[in-house]
Design a protein around this ligand. Structure first.
Ligand code: HGY
Ligand code: MN
Ligand code: MN
Length: 410
């Protein structure tokens, strides 16, 4: 009988990764699979079909988080959970999120193929809307799991579809999947993910044992001015929302300056109304993504954002709403130790490193001992169509996950 780690099937996992990448495939080799979109719904149906073949229990909660459970000897025990997200950035890659869900699914199949009876059930999970690309509150699913309710169900996407409607459409597309309430006791959570950075590749290491995740603050800003004719309104009386936005973003860049280059500040989403070449913009919505490993820095600089924007946009006005606040997270030795031990058992070299990207683990860590396994990605590229990981590294990460799950579910 093969060990659980040895039962991880590299080709089976790789074929699944390429199949999942076909849902929302872009011409340039990337993926656009927005949360709760047609492509996301189709990818869920595909994964549900595979889980059904294995006889796993399939359930979804009101946030459309998808849970695939392999039973243990005592199913009253809280399960060990593993997974990530299947939604992608609009110009994303084949591996961000998708790798974690499929590595977890592969670990379940390896447990089957090794004939390993675990005391606890082991559940693979796909969290809803981790990216926040369509509905701009990221980690919708893992937040709902932790809080017991869907955050901001009335928020709308660019087409005006509410999150509540998109969730209903997604859940109705899988009517025979068991419905459960969001949130249940979990023994431990492990999230496999590509590093989305250059360290493991540069050091020639196949595995990263993630120590924690830096903190994040997201803001949505709406600047309101006055529409008018581009050819006739004198500048002296204009209330140009886009020019006001430029002043505000320039002042924010100054606020976020950091000689140590640790602060991460991005304005990634901008929408201009009415978005016509010859009408003075009457309103602009823009996003702020601000990150740092220290809560003190996050709180101090975030506290200055609203007043700074109000001052810089005059004579326009601005509404500033903080839509996401994730505190820095440190993962416990119980989980990092299990991951390192599983990597050692596999003879895989590894190192500890922190995550610059946020993940659902940042939320799940507040309800159970959690951790993450990183594998290298080419050039550290992510949120990019050329994002890439090798079949060997994908399988190595899944073997480490299988080993860690076998320990944690014993
Ligand atoms: O933005 C992030 O850090 C994550 O990749 N969604
Ligand atoms: Mn991700
Ligand atoms: Mn991402």
């Amino acid at each position: 009988m093969k060990s659980v780690n040895a039962s991880v099937d590299e080709k089976r996992l790789w074929d699944d990764l390429m199949a999942l990448a076909s849902f929302g495939a872009r011409e340039d080799g990337g993926v656009c699979r927005h949360a709760l979109s047609r492509e996301d719904i189709a990818s869920r149906e595909w994964l549900i079909g595979k889980a059904r073949e294995r006889g796993y229990r399939i359930a979804a909660d009101s946030a459309a988080n998808l849970f695939l459970t392999r039973f243990g000897c005592d199913n009253d025990l809280p399960p060990v959970l593993a997974g990530s997200h299947m939604d992608s950035q609009p110009a994303g890659g084949k591996f961000d999120g998708a790798y974690g869900v499929l590595a977890a699914f592969e670990a379940l199949r390896a447990l089957d193929d090794a004939g390993l009876e675990t005391a606890r059930p082991v559940t693979a999970v796909a969290w809803t809307n981790e990216e926040g690309g369509r509905f701009h509150i990221p980690c919708t699913g893992s937040r709902a799991f932790v809080s017991g309710k869907v955050p901001e169900p009335d928020q709308t996407d660019e087409e005006g579809v509410t999150l509540a409607d998109a969730l209903k459409r997604t859940l109705d597309a899988a009517p025979d999947v068991e419905r459960i309430a969001p949130g249940f006791p979990v023994h431990a959570y492990v999230e496999p993910h590509i590093e989305q950075g250059p360290v493991l590749e540069a050091e020639g290491l196949p595995i990263g044992v993630v120590t924690g995740i830096q903190g994040v603050r997201w803001f949505n800003v709406t600047v309101t001015g006055e529409p008018g004719h581009a050819g006739t309104v004198p500048h002296a009386i204009r209330r140009d929302a886009f020019q006001a936005t430029l002043r505000a973003v320039s002042a924010l860049s100054t606020l976020m300056e950091d000689p140590d280059d640790v602060v991460r500040f991005t304005v990634g989403h901008v929408s201009v109304v009415p978005n016509s070449p010859n009408t003075i913009p009457s309103s602009v919505r823009f996003s702020i993504d601000f990150r740092h490993p220290e809560r003190g820095v996050l709180d101090a600089r975030a506290a200055r954002i609203a007043d700074l924007i109000a001052r810089e946009v005059r004579p326009c006005t601005a509404e500033v709403a903080m839509t996401t606040s994730m505190q820095p997270v440190v993962f416990p030795d119980q989980i990092t130790g299990a991951i390192a031990k599983a990597a050692d058992t596999e003879g895989l070299k590894h190192r500890a490193l922190a995550s610059g990207a946020f993940h659902d683990a940042a939320h799940i860590a507040s309800v159970c001992p959690s951790g993450m396994i990183f594998i290298p990605c080419r050039g550290g590229l992510s949120h990019h169509p050329d994002e890439w990981a090798t079949p060997e590294h994908c399988a190595a990460g899944a073997r480490v996950l299988a080993g860690a799950l076998a320990q944690l579910a014993a």
